[in-house]
Design a protein around this ligand. Structure first.
Ligand code: SAH
Length: 275
């Protein structure tokens, strides 16, 4: 599909609309103060912070626990129409983001980045994002995320900047923005002070190599379904044992791959046959 770039007047008009919860100045403040910063290069700057500006991540953003620095790819486009894409060399459908335009935007974003900031390109071809990568990124000074659009970006941009391709999963989105937001959300929530109760990040799915056990809350009896008795017993050791057993049962049932990896890690691969 061809993309007719919006004329600059319309683009700047759109920029004045602020659907997000936080003014841009506030977003940049934390970056200046040395907070962990997500530098995002995107054709849709108005998509940020989006949901990241709400609830726990939004509060942490406002408090300067992390910061967001958005670079508008369009501002670095070519000519009067600020073109950012062109037809693929060799023919075929769709449009490709230009290397020269992407480079100007990346140089701008990198000029604002401080310290150890991995450069990533959201891409369905990339290494699969997961909890371990989120934990690794949370321990750095920030991350630079280039959001693709259309058919993707000119390969030379990836090579020249050594962009590491990261995928959210085996499906194709229309652009990298939602993937970038998912990556930022999963990373930021691992930082101290973002979740009200730090223990919840340690106990939940994947951190232990197991899926999480089921949760219940009031009412104790809902449409004839009762909360498992053990959870109402007040007996902490029995509750912990029940939760561990449920987590193991669910992981075996739903994610045999995770279960096998866990057994192998514990040096018990022979128990595979249990599955
Ligand atoms: N033609 C490409 C798909 C382009 S989709 C291909 O077949 O591989 C447009 C943009 O959306 C991509 O450049 C990337 O930034 C983003 N995107 C799409 N799917 C994604 C995924 N699973 N994970 C991360 N980013 C994705």
């Amino acid at each position: 599909m061809s993309d007719e770039p919006a004329p600059p007047s319309r683009a700047s008009g759109r920029r004045s609309v602020r659907p997000s919860a936080l003014p841009r100045d506030l977003m940049a403040e934390g970056a200046a103060a040395g907070a962990w910063t997500a530098h995002v290069v995107t054709l849709l700057p108005e998509a940020f912070p989006g949901p990241l500006g709400l609830s726990l991540t939004g509060r942490a953003l406002a408090e300067g626990v992390w910061a967001l620095d958005v670079t508008d790819l369009r501002a670095f486009g070519e000519g009067r129409h600020r073109a950012v894409d062109d037809t693929p060399a060799g023919g075929g459908a769709g449009m490709v983001l230009r290397a020269d335009v992407g480079a100007r935007a990346l140089d701008h974003a990198l000029g604002r980045a401080r310290g150890d900031v991995p450069r990533l390109l959201l891409s369905p071809r990339g290494r699969r994002f997961g909890q371990a990568m989120a934990a690794d990124l949370a321990a750095r000074d920030g991350v630079l995320l280039f959001c693709g659009r259309f058919e993707g970006v000119d390969e030379r941009l990836i090579e020249h900047y050594g962009l590491a391709e990261v995928s959210l999963g085996d499906f194709v989105l229309t652009g990298g923005e939602i993937a970038a937001q998912a990556l930022i959300d999963a990373t930021v929530r691992l930082m101290p002070r973002v979740l009200g109760n730090q223990r919840s990040a340690e106990e939940e799915s994947f951190s232990s190599g197991l899926l999480e056990y089921p949760h219940y809350t009031r009412p104790a009896d809902w449409r004839g379904r009762r909360i498992p008795e053990v959870l109402l017993s007040g007996h902490h050791a029995r509750i912990a044992a029940w939760r561990q057993a449920e987590a193991e049962r669910l992981t075996k049932e739903r994610r045999p791959d995770l279960w096998r990896a866990r057994l192998a890690q514990q040096g018990r691969p022979e128990e595979d046959r249990e599955l």
